[in-house]
Design a protein around this ligand. Structure first.
Ligand code: TRP
Ligand code: ZN
Length: 883
């Protein structure tokens, strides 16, 4: 246990303690008077006791609220009628049914936590998920309280001409003293976390969408006036998302208007408030000169994500926060499907799998490991994790595979119809899928309860006499904090067996009459499963876990030649990439070991030849080729090491990159030239793939440290008409000591210093430079006016990028990276605990490093733990890390 004195553990909330609320709030009538110095809020609540609930005190949630007055059925209450502490307001006795009117004062201009009502670029905006509504007014701030909202906003007309809230505008007009008002009504009952309000000086672009049943929906995107030329892509994405949800899930939009507001200060990506989404401006604003292809793709994905929440989250919401994956896992799966339909599905899958294996697998192996439906939390904001989101999406994807597209659709239809207007659990989601298909997912439900990444050990034996191929698959799962024992999971294992030409053999199991052609999904349920495939004419090459059919680690012994064969021939493109990727991992791990043992590096000619073949092989999907040419990240490689050695990983990685560059120089050059842009920038899958591959070639060529290539790279930087090519050039120049580097950074700054999102790129690029003086530069950048501690995008761009994406510099053995991060966590925690807690998680894997680094990281964790007024956000993570 911990010796540090201030860590009296915060209060823990448990799933097993869930109780249906005693009271119900049917309507809430809100009245906001917004002023620069303070805001007053009058809230009128219609409350009734649930049938059968015994009379009990009414406990309303609150955080940092100033209570002005309370009236119950018109009677002013005095201090003997209620009791207040820092978290709640308790009314000792209340009737069965009553009206409560509460007046509150808050100070949005001092709200740096960006939760509740706050100010961003002089505009008012809100963020209520998960528990921000209690920072606006006293309420039963939990998602199973679903009320109808009306919201009146009063503010100075000159400073805040635009006044928005959820639903429909039902009245507006002028008041005395230069004020005006707007009244909004949301016809759909909703949980408080979906409430939103925006007021300020904003410009909008407008469009419309006709739903499949013929209703007209007005679409508006509101931004600060100078950004009005950067909204078109977001609008086009929104219309595509609306059409897609009708086609694929039969889900129509339900209000007459859909509004999106972009704000610069935002803790996360975006928020699905009913009818009034609020977005981090990063996921709205784009034009070719300022945003990269990746930005364009993220924008489309996030717009889709928030739009899809209208059904998976808003119409059907979560009973409690343990059910978060009900809406997030499902909605991420939906946005992944949407994005896959917009370009190459294989490439989208590769990206998602890379992300999952890099970040979620890490989380699952550390002190914060939790099931997609956690059992407990101290601070719910700490559970908006890659496990709940991305692993949650994998779990939904497995259900999709087990049922097939038609069965899955039957299930989601039943789910949406059965639970429309309700706050439900993940169990009810699974039950709808079962009921619609007569399926039994009782064992499958373990995926919701058990944390950890299952491991599959597969081995195949060919019997030439019987013409059978016997595949044995064993599953295990390592212990995670508070879960030592794991039961076997129900796992869909998609596979094929390749003949010598690379064709899929038809697969027939003993007892079956007709074989199945192509990919076949086997279901694993026991700790060990044996499958015997019949009529296999010769020894096949197995292609397992196609499309990454389950979020597991697969161990299968294949030779380098077999992996190269799969890379060249597998009928499943995802597994082609996977074969090359696994070969690269193996080679890199060998190089790492050589480095640690002081042996000279050796090249692997098989690998170089295989990569060369992909590069010159006329593969039409250039984005696919790009991924096949991209080595596993340093971050990802650390996953495979018992003791992580950032220096060895870095050196091995650099060696292999340089090696590929030297051996394939001519092919990279030729490809770089042949992919030169001829037409103006377009955002199409083909052009995106072309730019990506060309820039990957440039990245390799830059490994050669050739002044001519530096010059060529600088020319690309100067001449590009789009941010994708500009950034590609700058982000590789930044590793060098060349004069072009400083020159390019300077030119870029001069051109873009007025644009905060572009400056985020400028900060990040410098923060992830491999140059050894990077920390010094990062520290200097924190002093520049483009950096702001109160803006999460800036913190992520500079401090987050350095600490998470520059392992060799961050983990320098002098410990300076660690104390730098420690300093910033302590500076940030009083301002924005959510962001501080995200940063402190960087230390979570401290036990995986060598002794020296362990001591240094632990020192920082203890230093943070010893601060008396630390937030429960940071505290929860630090405690779990140290225990
Ligand atoms: N529901 C949001 C999403 O996934 C997540 C979110 C946005 C959020 N802002 C937040 C979660 C602030 C916690 C705190 O789309
Ligand atoms: Zn979401």
């Amino acid at each position: 246990m911990l010796e540090t004195k201030n860590l009296n553990s915060p209060k823990i909330v448990y799933l097993k303690d869930y109780k249906i609320p005693d009271y119900q709030i049917t309507t809430i009538d809100l009245h906001f008077h917004l002023k620069a110095e303070h805001t007053t809020i009058r809230s009128q609540l219609a409350i009734s006791r649930y049938l059968g609930a015994k009379p009990s005190p009414l406990v309303l949630d609150s955080e940092e609220l100033e209570l002005l007055s309370i009236k119950l059925n018109g009677q002013i209450l005095t201090e003997k009628d209620y009791q207040q502490d820092t978290k709640s307001l308790t009314l000792h006795s209340v009737p069965d049914q009553f009206t409560l009117v509460i007046e509150t004062r808050i100070y949005p201009q001092h709200n740096t936590a960006l939760s509740g009502l706050y100010i961003s670029s002089n505009n008012f905006c809100t963020q209520c998920e998960a528990e921000g509504f209690r920072r606006i007014t006293y309420f039963l701030d939990r998602p199973d309280i679903m009320a109808r909202y009306t919201t009146t906003i009063v503010a100075n007309k000159a400073s805040y001409p635009v006044l928005l809230s959820n639903g429909n505008l039902i009245a507006h007009g002028d008041h005395a003293h230069g004020d005006h008002f707007a009244k909004w009504e949301d016809p759909f009952p909703k949980p408080s976390y979906l409430f939103a309000l925006v007021a300020g000086t904003l410009s909008k672009i407008e469009d419309e969408f006709i739903t499949s049943s013929g209703r007209k929906v007005t679409l508006s995107i509101y931004v600060q006036p100078h950004n009005i030329d950067k909204c078109e892509h977001a609008m086009a994405s929104l219309k595509r998302a609306m059409a897609w949800d009708e086609q694929v899930y039969g889900r129509e939009y339900d209000l007459d208007n859909y509004m999106i507001v972009a704000v610069d200060d935002f803790n996360m990506g975006a928020m699905e408030n009913k009818g009034l989404n609020i977005f981090n401006s990063k996921y709205i604003l784009a034009k070719p000169e300022t945003a990269t292809d990746t930005d364009y793709q993220y924008i489309e994905g996030v717009i889709g994500h928030e739009y899809f929440h209208n059904w998976s989250g808003n119409r059907v919401t979560c009973r409690d926060w343990f059910q978060l994956s009900l809406k997030e896992g499902f909605t991420v799966f939906r946005d992944q499907q949407f994005s896959a339909s917009r370009g190459s599905p294989t490439v989208k899958r590769i990206q998602d799998v890379n992300h999952l294996r890099t970040y979620q697998f890490k989380e699952d192996s550390g002190p914060m490991a939790h099931p997609i439906r956690p059992e407990s939390y101290a601070e719910i904001n700490n559970f908006y994790t890659t496990t709940v989101y991305e692993k949650g999406a994998e779990v939904v994807r497995m259900l999709y595979q087990l049922l097939g597209p038609k069965g899955f659709r039957k299930g989601t239809d039943l789910y949406f119809n059965r639970h429309d207007g309700q706050a439900v659990t993940t169990d009810e989601f699974v039950r709808s899928l079962e009921d619609a298909n007569n399926a039994d997912f009782s064992q499958f439900r373990l995926w919701y309860r058990q944390a950890g990444t299952p491991e599959l050990h597969a081995s195949g034996v060919y019997d030439p006499k019987k013409n059978t191929y016997t595949l044995t698959v064993k599953q295990t799962c390592q212990a995670t904090p508070s879960q030592s024992h794991k039961d076997p999971f129900h796992i869909p294992l998609a596979l094929g067996l390749l003949d010598s030409k690379g064709n899929d053999l038809p697969l027939r199991l003993a007892g079956e009459s007709t074989p199945i052609a192509g990919t076949r999904v086997m279901e694993l349920r026991q700790a060990e499963e044996v499958f015997i495939f019949k009529d296999i004419p010769h020894k096949p090459i197995p292609s397992l876990l196609r499309n990454f059919s389950a979020p597991v680690k697969l161990h299968l012994n294949l030779s380098d030649e077999e992996r190269c064969f799969l890379l060249a021939h597998d009928s499943n493109n995802f597994n082609r990439w996977e074969a090359g990727h696994q070969l690269a991992v193996k080679i890199l791990l060998n190089l790492i070991r050589d480095y640690q043992q002081g042996k000279p590096f050796q090249l692997n000619l098989t690998f170089i030849a295989a990569i060369g073949k992909i590069l010159t092989g006329n593969e039409p999907d250039k984005a696919f080729v790009t991924h096949a040419l991209t080595l596993p990240s340093e971050h990802y490689l650390s996953e495979f090491m018992a003791i992580i050695d950032p220096e060895a990983i870095y050196q091995a990685h650099r060696f292999l990159r340089q090696n590929l560059a030297e051996n394939l120089k001519d092919s990279f050059s030729a490809m770089y030239e042949s992919l030169r842009q001829t037409d103006p920038y377009r955002f199409t899958p083909k052009d995106i793939g072309r730019r990506a591959l060309r820039n990957t070639c440039l990245g390799y060529l830059m490994e050669l440290n050739d002044p001519d290539i530096y010059h060529q790279c600088f020319q690309q930087f100067i001449q590009a008409d789009n941010m994708t090519d500009t950034i590609a050039a700058l982000s590789t120049l930044v590793h060098t000591e060349s004069p072009e580097r400083d020159n390019a950074l300077h030119i870029f700054y001069e051109k873009w210093h007025q644009d905060p999102l572009v400056m985020d790129k400028w900060l990040s690029i410098q923060a992830i430079s491999r140059r050894p003086d990077t920390l010094k530069i990062v520290k200097q950048l924190t002093q520049r006016s483009v950096f702001k501690l109160t803006n999460p995008n800036k913190v992520r761009a500079l401090i987050g990028a350095f600490c998470q994406h520059n392992p060799v510099n961050f983990h320098a053995t002098n410990g300076e990276g660690y104390s730098f991060l420690g300093d910033y966590i302590l500076k940030l925690d009083p301002l924005n605990p959510q962001i501080a807690a995200r940063l402190v998680s960087v230390f979570n894997l401290w036990r995986r490093y060598d002794n020296k680094r362990q001591i240094l990281m632990k020192e920082q964790l203890e230093r943070i733990a010893n601060v008396s007024k630390i937030s429960k956000d940071v505290q929860e993570i630090v405690i779990k890390s140290l225990n």
